[in-house]
Design a protein around this ligand. Structure first.
Ligand SMILES: *Cc1c(COP(=O)(O)O)cnc(C)c1O
Length: 428
């Protein structure tokens, strides 16, 4: 798709006016219009439907109906919610379940895959992967007696990983690929199908972390023959802070994989209280223990909004808004020592843009805590010099993108950032 953009606020407003998805912003709790939120890739906004559901869960389900709500509502929610997520990622019912955190799910699936591939000893990932994924793998290798090796593909340009780099690392010993679909820093997006095919040719399995892509990009797990996947529900899915994650296992692999954490929720009859573990059938065996019900209950209403909008439409808008943002960056910021730290081609990107500047941290501080501007802009900062501008198509407007770029320009031109400290906060 080729877009032709113009500068100026009137043009931004006309883009909003003609936007197919503009009504969906009304589904979100927006406390203050002068706060521009560009961090939906880290923590999605609260939907009004989730707010309503949470109040109901607290007052009626917990307050009034107490333990009866387990049978009536809560117990089946991990699978029901998983089936809704399946619709967003091109999976089938019974292949997705909501449970634990992404880190724990990655542990469960990587351990299960390595057990299945026990004659192979190498795991391939890349230098852009989210650190928790690498830490989990390093821990697994230690637990398994240090007989496995973790090999990381490098980047030639600091932004993307070439498929040839990945391919050169595969050997007959490769058991598993563990990769993030979209890189959290640069926004580089893999072609899942191509990478999965490369791995399968050599007999390796692939485990995809979809945390940074689900809810903003089109994903077709079944069509692309993906083996395993995990991901967050609190980013573009808007499930709420700490909402439990999901895991996906392709149907024909379900029988062959065992959960390495044999909790009672994964047992075939948790309430028989048998002394011996007997795994549940299908995806249910990958549950662990009691889920965080309040967080769990907030996810489904948020997913309904995504299903109503359509992931294809959301993805189209994400690409258009990212291209618009890049157009403005090129027009307004590149002469102020900024660099674009994301791929040029929209097909190679997720839904955020990384903007690099040696004063990135202090510029972020000035955006978030303005002294002389009515506008508060919330991006996030990633070491060492990245300002991440996240686009959540369901609620980010073109006008907000325009105003944010103007604000960044003002901060640098007037050297506002110099008033701020570069000592990092605990959470950035
Ligand atoms: C956000 C994110 C995570 C977070 O994992 P948690 O266990 O929920 O803390 C993991 N992987 C990727 C790629 C992420 O973007």
């Amino acid at each position: 798709m080729n877009y032709s953009f113009k500068n100026g606020i009137e043009f931004a407003r006309s883009l909003d006016h003609n936007d197919l998805l503009k009504e969906f912003r009304n589904e979100f709790f927006i406390a203050d219009k002068n706060i521009i939120y560009l961090d939906g890739n880290s923590l999605g906004r609260l939907t009004l439907k989730s707010e309503k559901q949470l109040l109901k869960t607290i007052k009626s389900e917990w307050g009034e109906n107490l333990i009866e709500s387990w049978n009536k509502i809560w117990y089946s929610k991990p699978l029901e919610t998983g089936n809704k997520i399946a619709q967003i990622i091109g999976a089938s019912p019974g292949e997705v379940i909501v449970s634990d955190s992404t880190s724990v799910n990655l542990y469960k699936l990587a351990m299960a895959a390595l057990k299945l591939q026990k004659e192979r000893s190498e795991i391939v990932s890349d230098v852009f992967n989210f650190p928790t994924d690498l830490y989990i793998l390093q821990g697994i290798i230690g637990n398994l007696g240090n007989n496995h090796k973790l090999i990381l593909a490098e980047s030639n340009d600091g932004i993307s990983i070439g498929l040839e780099n990945l391919e050169s690392l595969i050997t007959e010993k490769t058991a598993l690929f563990v990769l993030s679909h979209v890189a959290f820093k640069s926004s580089f997006k893999y072609d899942i199908k191509k990478v999965t095919d490369i791995a399968h040719k050599k007999g390796a399995l692939v485990l995809w972390d979809l945390s940074h892509s689900i809810g903003a990009t089109e994903i077709e797990l079944n069509k692309w023959n993906v083996d395993l996947a995990v991901g967050c529900t609190y980013k573009y899915l808007n499930g709420g802070p700490g909402s439990p994650a999901f895991l996906y296992i392709r149907k024909d692999l379900l029988e062959k994989l065992d959960s390495p954490i044999q909790g009672w929720f994964g047992d075939s009859k948790p309430f028989a209280f048998d002394l011996e573990y007997n795994p549940a059938k299908g995806i249910l065996k990958f549950l662990t223990g009691t889920p965080p019900v309040l967080n769990l209950m907030a996810i489904e209403p948020a997913l309904d909004i995504i299903l109503k909008a359509g992931i294809k439409n959301i993805n189209e808008k994400s690409k258009k808004q990212s291209e618009y943002l890049l157009f403005l960056i090129k027009n307004e910021l590149l002469n102020l020592d900024f660099k674009i730290g994301s791929p040029e081609n929209p097909e190679d990107r997720g839904s955020h843009i990384s903007l690099q500047h040696r004063e990135a941290y202090r510029i972020c501080q000035a955006l978030i805590n303005p002294e002389n501007s009515p506008l508060k802009v919330i991006p996030d900062f990633r070491e060492p010099d990245n300002i991440r501008l996240g686009i959540a198509p369901l609620y980010t407007t073109f006008e907000e993108i325009y105003l944010s770029v103007k604000r960044i320009k003002e901060i640098v031109e007037k050297e506002e950032y110099k008033k701020y400290s570069s000592v990092r906060n605990k959470v950035t």
